[in-house]
Design a protein around this ligand. Structure first.
Ligand SMILES: Nc1ncnc2c1ncn2[C@@H]1O[C@H](COP(=O)(O)OP(=O)(O)OP(=O)(O)O)[C@@H](O)[C@H]1O
Length: 233
């Protein structure tokens, strides 16, 4: 279980206070209006933002004393954060060996992971030689190969066309099951995750406004205004 209780962050123009529980192994989608606090929530779980108060624990252990590198968390950013001068295999290998001194076992794991995300044969391609969807597959592979049980994805597919976006969400869901990880993904287009996410969290005004099954959230008339505030990317 990921348990977040009254985690508060204050900036001059924005106050956030998050309370949320996510069961392990779940596909959890975070939706809500632009500027509502989705990215801030993910950054806080990853350790890039530190709450002034509250508790944040995974498997009963507080994450707050841990640096981002020490947390059981891997994050995929919207802009993928790949190193442009490194090949796909090296970018993925950074998830297990930041030094890039790879054993033959490491190389085999990288090849297997690239195959799992549908990039067999792309080992030597650099990010600039791949499409947006392929780059996000590399970023996903790097997050998954780390073996960290909590995978955060911050609007990872919003630059992709709707068809590709949906197939990437389906890939994330398939890999979540295979690798038995917990996925928390923020997304601007709730309909893309309606059939696959088990938990949907509506974040607005710096807090969790509602959480439940996607159909419960998306069919609740009192939440429609906040959800409809979402621009189609
Ligand atoms: N380091 C910071 N310092 C000050 N304000 C910040 C900081 N980080 C985020 N904010 C503010 O927090 C608010 C929430 O931002 P956040 O990026 O979490 O929203 P979001 O829901 O992810 O939006 P979007 O859907 O547009 O990505 C915004 O008003 C933003 O300006």
């Amino acid at each position: 279980m990921l348990a977040i209780e009254n985690c508060r962050l204050t900036w001059p123009d924005f106050t956030a206070d998050y309370t949320l529980q996510v069961k392990e192994g779940t596909f959890c989608a975070v939706v809500g209006p632009s500027g509502g606090g989705k990215t801030t929530l993910l950054h806080m779980i990853a350790g890039f933002e530190t709450p002034e108060s509250g508790t944040l624990a995974f498997r009963g252990r507080s994450l707050l004393p841990l640096s981002p590198a020490e947390r059981p968390v891997a994050i995929v950013f919207q802009d993928h954060n790949l190193f442009p001068h490194l090949a796909a295999a090296e970018n993925v290998a950074l998830g297990i060996r930041p030094s890039l001194r790879l054993s033959s076992g490491d190389r085999a794991r990288v090849t297997d992971m690239l195959e799992a995300v549908g990039l067999k044969g792309f080992e030597n391609r650099r990010p600039g030689e791949m499409s947006g969807g392929q780059r996000q597959r590399v970023a996903l592979a790097r997050a998954l190969i780390s073996g960290r049980p909590l995978i955060l994805l911050d609007e990872p597919f919003s630059s992709l066309d709707p068809h590709l976006r949906r197939s990437m969400v389906a890939l994330v869901d398939k890999l979540r099951r295979e690798k038995r990880v917990t996925v928390i993904m923020s997304i601007h287009t709730p309909e893309d995750v309606r059939d696959l996410a088990e938990q949907m969290v509506l974040v607005a005004g710096g807090g969790v406004v509602a959480t439940g099954s996607p159909s419960a959230i998306l069919h609740d008339p009192s939440l429609a205004a906040a959800i409809a505030a979402e621009p189609e990317s």
